[in-house]
Design a protein around this ligand. Structure first.
Ligand code: PMP
Length: 387
């Protein structure tokens, strides 16, 4: 009835393919879900205690717009220690409401109407809508499974036009688990530099790199000032509900992003910020333990899917596998609907991550080995009719 009062851009946004599918899954009893993209671990208790203590001692007000300075200092130390990245807490860092807000304020800060932003499909569901909401034009590069879902120089060159402003990278990737190594980045760096592309690098899964040390495009001095690095506490510290992330960039970008953040958010949740300081200072052992568990699960689930006859490459990061279901002759949506209907197992259709995800499903292993085992048994039964 009030349709004509709505923003056309918002009206035309497609609802998330993950949500659409989970509304279906939620209507059923006893579903084993391998669908959700969040850690099954509880937030380490010392983080919770520090947050509780901050409330008990009445630290219940706004913080500085950019976040508590001690938190920004710890973030910078953490990035230096773990990823060899140099940032200044006063001029390069803003604490945000999750990586989600960081992506939004970064895009709003750099995009002018009509600017093209390159997205690598299959990709995280929020990128296309946030580019559109910022007035940008998404341009897609299709990543290939035979290439382990990596970006090559040729692919990048082909996608650049005189309107290209930025590219969003997300390695380790949701949904494919793909990573880019230092060597993989080398041929891309001169292209990024030549075209002065802003690189919005979403590294929310950086800690969940199982086989090689994580590499950031910001590790390359030649382009470091073009990189806007997004990360947060949701995945590595199992803190999805706390809504805390951060964005790191050169001073010019940070100054402008801070205005957007200040007017729409004011400051990130205060208790969460106190919890995060504790996590960064003393929580590495918990992160390491969780990463160890994810690695065991990854090996187990990849093995399981390949045995069942659904070819799955070994992803080197994040907590997702991306099995190919083409042999069944079903679309990814049909596959997931039938699997849910017949075996009560929920996965996410690859098409939810863009057309390039068709023929695949996303399976999360942020679940216990017991749950993964139970799901695998059911998927095996489901697959029998295709043999
Ligand atoms: N980026 C990616 C790739 C994600 O998978 C997610 C969460 N699913 C986010 C960003 C946002 O995370 P948060 O806002 O909880 O930090």
């Amino acid at each position: 009835m009030y349709e004509e009062l709505l923003s056309t851009t918002v009206k035309e946004l497609k609802p998330s393919g993950i949500r659409k599918f989970f509304d279906l899954a939620n209507t059923k009893e006893g579903v084993i879900s391998l669908g959700v993209g969040e850690p099954d671990f509880a937030t380490p208790w010392s983080i919770c205690e520090s947050a509780i203590y901050s409330i008990k001692t009445k630290k219940t007000h706004y913080t500085a717009n950019a976040g508590l300075l001690p938190l920004r200092q710890e973030i910078c130390k953490y990035l230096k220690r773990n990823f060899s990245l140099d940032y200044d807490p006063q001029t390069n860092c803003i604490v945000t409401v999750g990586g989600s807000e960081a992506i939004d304020i970064a895009l709003r800060t750099i995009i002018n109407p009509g600017d093209e932003v390159i997205l690598l499909q299959p990709c995280y569901v929020a990128y296309e809508p946030t580019v559109l909401l910022a007035g940008g034009v998404p341009v897609f590069i299709e990543l290939k499974s035979e290439n382990e879902f990596k970006l090559t120089a040729q692919m990048l060159e082909n996608a650049i036009t005189d309107k290209t402003k930025a590219i969003i990278l997300n390695f380790p990737s949701n949904p494919t688990g793909g990573v880019m190594t230092y060597e993989d980045y080398i041929p891309l760096i001169p292209i990024i530099k030549k075209h002065q592309l802003v690189v919005l690098s979403d590294e929310i899964y950086a800690e969940l790199s199982y086989d090689e040390k994580h590499c950031s495009p910001a590790n390359f001095d030649e382009i470091k000032d073009l990189v806007i690095l997004v990360s947060g506490f949701s995945k590595a510290f199992a803190m999805t509900g706390w809504r805390l992330g951060y964005v790191m960039a050169n001073e010019t970008f940070t100054k402008q992003m801070l205005k957007v953040h200040q007017y729409i958010i004011m400051s990130a949740p205060t208790a969460a910020q106190f919890g995060a300081i504790e996590g960064l200072k003393h929580g590495q052992k918990y992160v390491d333990e969780m990463v160890e568990q994810y690695k065991l699960r990854r090996n187990f689930i990849v093995n399981g899917f390949n045995k069942i006859g659904l070819p799955t490459h070994l992803p080197h990061g994040a907590f997702y596998i991306f099995p190919c279901i083409k042999s069944t002759g079903l679309t990814s949506l049909e596959f997931c609907e039938k699997l849910l209907d017949e075996q009560n197992v929920a996965c996410v259709p690859g098409s939810a991550f863009g057309e390039a995800g068709e023929g695949f499903i996303r399976v999360s292993y942020a679940y216990s080995i017991e749950e993964i085992k139970a799901a695998l048994e059911k998927i095996e039964i489901f697959m029998r009719k295709f043999q």
